[in-house]
Design a protein around this ligand. Sequence first.
Ligand code: SF4
Length: 344
Amino acid sequence: MSILVLPWPWRKQAGQPVVPCFLPFAGCRTRCLYCAQHLQTGRPSRADPSPALDACEAMLRLRLERGLPAAEAAFYGGTFTGQSEASLALCLARAERWMAEGLAACWRCSTRPDCLSRDMLRRLETAGCRTVELGVQTFGAEALERSLRGYGPDCARLAMGLVRQSGLALGCQLLPGLPGSTPEGFFADVREACALGADFLRFYPCLVIRGTGLARLWEEGRYRPWDLATAVEALARGLALAGPVPVARIGVAYEEELGRSVLAGPWDRDLGTRAWSRLALRTLERAVGEGGQGRRLSGVWLPRRIQGFLWGQDGENRQALAAIGIAPSAVAWIQEDEIRLAFA
Ligand code: SF4
């Protein structure tokens, strides 16, 4: 008998609770081809951030009143650092007050790569920011251009470097499936984001949303989004390539209103689980194939952390796992992040 031991390096990001402050399109000087932030966040776009700040503060205060630990506030939905000086100053002052009053432990923001500078990063850090999430989307020049992002790949690389050097944590958001992109391009994006020092990634596969420029292209037959099968396979490979760099989110948050506006693309409530399940399946298929070399699988020990998704959404992995000799009754769950396979 021989035993094959493989690491399971992947993990979902665990962190302190986040209370979002959605500022749809705040600071966005152009409208990217695919973007419908007001639908994705379920909030209207406003010039004045005060209502969104008030709503976030109310949620933070509620947590405190319930005896919950202070959360991290998160400015999402637009280009945080591209806002007018008045709006930015309002947000920073409010965030500092939340921290001074013990309502928030720290805060984070998302922004575009072409709206950052060393001075801005210093200013964010001084006001209590601990993480900057960059909407990189892709490092592919053609996809950036066709999506009307308004900057090239080097700008994204530079911005990643600036955040890295600032000492703030760096999140990188990727958007696979844009016009002009391919699964191979997405895999290259994941490799590059990790090589540039991302602390965590987010994958948001491209959707066709009513009212966007992308919807027009799709209606005219000039753009075809990835279907669910392509997206799941590519996302699983993306997870594999990310290795120990956590992927904090897969797919936009499932909102009823957004669902009514999605015209095409891999829109699925369980997209993340499907991708994790596929990663587990492909990893085990490869391990059994390479380790077994025709021998019979006689023992299976798997990390407990994959128990929740190994069998797949609605059991969709069961048949494929049975085909390589892995049935539920054959698996022993272990605490270690290792796959152990015995072959007779
Ligand atoms: S993708 Fe980001 S930068 Fe582009 S319009 Fe939407 S929120 Fe603004």
